[in-house]
Design a protein around this ligand. Structure first.
Ligand SMILES: C[S@@+](CC[C@H](N)C(=O)[O-])C[C@H]1O[C@@H](n2cnc3c(N)ncnc32)[C@H](O)[C@@H]1O
Length: 300
């Protein structure tokens, strides 16, 4: 194997580690991983993970990484898997705010807007004084941070994920916001007792579960919705043919070799059928582009 294709593991990044020491460690790891632009990539990734600019990095080289250490490690691991820097640190401005784009998410603007519209449509039809929303596989809480202010009533939210880095990122985002509870839970296992919800949302998360668990989870979601409650699942679904799958990968600058091995893609039709069989009403696909689809259903 040529050196440039060697797979290396990201170094440890502790909160007490100084910024410049982390930068040098990251340069070494990326270079060892065969990434030619290791110097510049390390600087760009470090600054993005810490939310600082280059001038700040130069001015304060001894400043500890602090809570941003987890994000540095997360970014390093992704770059070592050859994910483009632009996607790792990608930002888009929409819905009047700036949000980070998650792994394997292209530009979720239209998809996410469709999901928010589905929640708002439902809110207009079923007005409530207070809302309880559950976000499954919340990541850094990007989706909840969009949905909450879009509703005109007070919202209590529960955000579930199992990744320590993502839980930390969500904790940072919602620090000081007592209306959001962050729960560490592996969705491979039955949902814990979280109470009832008016809306359950999920974005690009459930496709990481095996198919049998997807179906059981959909049933659990149905049970924890209040009557009239809505389930909006923005999901990475399977293509109808291998050629379409490869075209999709190509369109996101990915290949069969580099696609996320943890994906367990299932076609849209099967999932819509399952939702109907479970008892969801008005089940439909509200938005779709290739392998990205928004499924919506209501509890009667
Ligand atoms: C592609 S990210 C999407 C994050 C966020 N929903 C968004 O749209 O920006 C997928 C998320 O699902 C979480 N996830 C994957 N498998 C999970 C599991 N078994 N249990 C809990 N969370 C999981 C990952 O940690 C990650 O945060």
């Amino acid at each position: 194997m040529r050196e440039q294709f060697a797979i290396t593991h990201p170094p440890d990044f502790e909160p007490a580690m100084a910024r410049d020491a982390a930068r040098r460690s990251l340069v070494r790891a990326l270079a060892k991983g065969g990434i030619e632009s290791a110097q510049i990539d390390a600087r760009v990734l470090l600054c993005a993970a810490l939310g600082i600019d280059h001038a700040d990095l130069v001015r304060n080289p001894d400043c500890p990484l602090g809570p941003g250490a987890a994000a540095v490690a997360f970014f390093a691991a992704r770059r070592l898997k050859r994910e483009p820097v632009s996607r790792i640190i990608g930002h888009r401005d929409f819905w009047r705010a700036r949000f980070k784009i998650g792994p394997a998410v292209l530009d979720p603007r239209h998809a996410t807007e469709a999901l928010i519209e589905a929640v708002l449509d439902y809110a207009a039809r079923s007005p409530r004084e207070n809302w309880r929303i559950l976000d499954l596989g919340t990541g850094d809480g990007r989706l909840l941070a969009l949905v909450k202010p879009a509703l005109s009533t007070p919202v209590e939210a529960v955000a579930v994920d199992f990744s320590p880095a993502m839980l930390q990122a969500a904790g940072t985002r919602f620090a000081g916001d007592s209306s959001v509870t962050i729960v560490s839970h592996n969705l491979d296992h039955p949902l814990p007792a979280l109470g009832k919800f008016d809306a359950v949302v999920s974005s690009f998360a459930i496709h990481h579960l095996v198919h049998e668990r997807k179906r059981v989870l959909y049933g659990e979601i149905h049970e924890l919705l209040n009557p009239g409650g809505v389930f909006c699942n923005l999901e990475h679904v399977d293509s109808p043919t291998q050629r379409l799958h490869e075209e999709f990968l190509h369109s996101i600058d990915c290949t069969l070799e580099t696609e996320d091995p943890s994906n367990k893609l299932l076609d849209l039709e099967t999932q819509l059928r399952w939702l109907r069989e479970i008892g969801f009403a008005d089940v439909d696909c509200h938005w779709k582009w290739r392998e990205l689809a928004l499924m919506v259903g209501r509890r009667l």
